[in-house]
Design a protein around this ligand. Structure first.
Ligand code: ADP
Ligand code: MG
Length: 599
């Protein structure tokens, strides 16, 4: 059971958290000091060892160039995409590497954004293992919706090098919406999630309906957040102190002071910035008010406005008027100016029900809980990952609900008995993309008994229905008696992990040619198997009325069909040809049979 447990991780630019679902409740795990936020900061000591989290924040003053923070801004990106501003804003050096970016620590020591992220993830894994009392190895990790594929891949490899298998990479706003929506599954709402953290900004619009979360549109900026506010405030401090050139450690100290001022002014009117012994014996002090700091921050916060507009515009017919709630998450949404600006721009009172720091991690924990079967009610997946169908005569897959159908979904088909006097029809419910039933996954089976009758006489209607919970219900109805048989298949209809889906789809592509051949062969074989006994019984009844040469022709054609059928070659064109020949050779025979029937 413990091995199956999946943890949810919010790997943030500034802070990271880890959570799980326990007894049905998502919760954030605390470390040995009772802290739930782990600063995404790593200090590399001279002996090569790494220190992560609050300890690294403390070491930043002593080792600014060996203390790596906000590395998420660089992960999975090529060096030439990083702006000079960003390089200048960073305490530590970054340089191009053969792949991506390298962070030199000394003449001989280097690290990389992936390695730094791996350190943070390793720390979160330890926090979880200590809190839970057992090992964990599987995780859901969140990323900004705006992350490119290579940024997602890089995040995944960081997790792998920390000893975690990534079961899903989840978009942060989707995670936040999950946390918000978990207790509102019966409601239908359109929500926007405004996430302003330390380094990234996202606005996503999601539609919640019957426990289903659908991302309608998303827009964002991977280079916009609290760090940028710190930077503009730091510039203001530097201006006030009339300091032209700053050493690395000086600019780092000013930025820390700027961040403190920003955070304190979210809840007070004035703040005294103090920089004792800043240069030698020189100390500096300057007081800053909330309105002053707001004027400095406004241009940065304004940048989120056009991104919101873009997301609203991209969500068809989902102008701001159709948004039921604008949910705020991310530490920077504690800033009163952010809340006021949103009210002013969009005439909507922001929803503050979510914990700004924890919502994303909670959502990751919920998604993890869904994947390991600890949460059943919610579904993020809005499409069927694989086709659903039943096995038909000859072992073929007959698709009823194709792959990527949106759920809830409903579809059906009518089937008849393949042979005379059959007493049951077995409905085998399958999932997969292969042509032959045996290559797909068997989800369940039900046998429908009925009164024996001639071939094609019994009609059974089969209907597949997937509800919004992903539960597949297969209803089979015997049309003669109107008797229904219901087979319920819990969860597996939609709840398939990504890697199995990928495997199934790629196998179906790999085998496409062979599979298709086998399907055609099976179809031709079924035709032969139908034809041969029919010819046999017709010959018995009216064969004596045929001229010798015609009889010989029929026997020869039938023998040819039998020969190809029993050969291992599976020669599809030859079998089709032989079937046609037999069909033609028996034209007179068939006519005689009809005549005999009317006598
Ligand atoms: P991320 O998701 O990028 O890791 P978080 O959501 O943890 O970021 O937010 C971190 C940011 O929130 C930092 O820039 C921090 O300064 C800012 N922040 C935290 N608390 C406050 C506050 N009270 N007022 C203003 N900003 C805050
Ligand atoms: Mg965040």
């Amino acid at each position: 059971m413990n091995e199956d447990l999946i943890i949810g991780i919010d790997l943030g630019t500034t802070n990271s958290l880890v959570g799980v679902v326990d007894s049905g409740f998502p919760l954030i795990l605390a470390d040995e000091d009772g802290e739930r936020l782990t600063p995404s900061v790593v200090t590399y000591l001279k002996d090569g060892s790494a220190v992560t989290g609050r300890e690294a924040v403390r070491l930043r003053k002593l080792e600014p160039e060996r203390t790596i923070s906000s590395v998420k801004r660089f992960i999975g990106r090529p060096f030439d995409q990083i702006s000079t501003d960003q390089i200048a804003a960073s305490d530590y050096k970054i340089q191009p590497a053969s792949i991506g970016i390298e962070i030199p620590l000394s003449e001989t020591q280097t690290t990389s954004p992936i390695e730094v992220s791996a350190e943070i993830l390793r720390r979160l894994k330890t926090v979880a293992e200590t809190a839970l009392g057992h090992k964990v190895s599987r995780a859901v990790v969140t990323v900004p919706a705006y992350f490119s594929n290579s940024q997602r891949e890089a995040t995944k490899s960081a997790a792998e090098s920390a000893g975690l298998t990534v079961e899903r990479v989840l978009n942060e706003p989707t995670a936040a919406a999950l946390a918000y929506g978990l207790d509102k599954l019966d409601e239908q709402q359109t929500v926007a999630v405004y996430d302003l953290g330390g380094g990234t900004f996202d606005l996503s619009i999601l539609q919640m309906k019957e426990g289903l979360f659908e991302v309608v549109s998303t827009a964002g900026d991977t280079q916009l957040g609290g760090d940028d506010l710190d930077l503009v405030i730091a510039k203001e401090i530097q201006r006030r102190l009339k300091l032209d050139e700053l050493t690395t450690s000086e600019s780092s100290r000013i930025r820390v002071a700027a961040c403190e001022a920003k955070e304190s002014l979210s809840s007070s009117d004035t703040h005294l910035i103090r920089l004792p012994f800043f240069r030698g014996n020189e100390s500096f002090e300057t007081e800053i008010s909330q309105s002053e700091i707001e004027a400095i921050m406004l241009p940065v916060i304004e940048r989120t406005r056009s991104i919101c507009r873009r997301a609203f515009a991209e969500a068809q017919n989902k102008g701001v008027d159709s948004i039921d709630h604008l949910i705020l998450v991310g530490g920077s949404t504690r800033i009163p100016l952010v809340r006021r600006s949103l009210e002013e721009w969009f005439e909507i009172i922001p929803n503050l029900s979510q914990h700004p720091d924890e919502a994303v991690a909670l959502g990751a924990a919920i998604q993890a809980g869904i994947l390991c079967g600890r949460v059943r009610e919610v579904l993020l997946v809005d499409v069927t990952p694989l086709s659903l169908g039943i096995e038909t005569f000859g072992g073929l897959m007959n698709v009823i609900i194709p792959r990527n159908s949106t759920i809830p979904a409903k579809a059906g088909e009518m089937f008849t008995n393949a042979v005379a006097n059959q007493e049951i029809i077995a409905i085998r419910v399958l999932q997969g993309e292969r042509e032959m039933a045996r290559d797909n996954w068997l989800l369940g089976e039900i046998e429908i008994p009925f009164q024996p009758g001639p071939k094609g006489n019994v009609r059974v209607g089969v209907q597949f229905e997937i509800d919004h919970n992903g539960i597949l219900e297969v209803l089979s109805r015997n049309t003669a008696t109107d008797e229904d048989h219901i087979l319920k298949i819990e969860s597996s209809a939609v709840d398939v992990d990504d890697s199995s889906v990928e495997r199934m789809v790629s196998e179906s592509i790999d085998h496409a040619f062979d599979d298709m051949n086998e399907r055609i062969w099976t179809e031709a074989r079924m035709k032969s198997e139908e034809l041969l006994p029919a010819v046999e019984s017709a010959l018995e009844l009216v064969g004596s009325k045929l001229p010798e040469d015609e009889l010989a022709e029929i026997h020869e054609a039938a023998a040819l069909v039998k020969g190809i059928l029993t050969s291992d070659l599976k020669d599809v064109p030859a079998l089709k040809q032989a079937n046609d020949t037999l069909d033609e050779a028996t034209q007179t025979l068939a006519a005689l049979l009809v005549e005999a029937a009317f006598k």
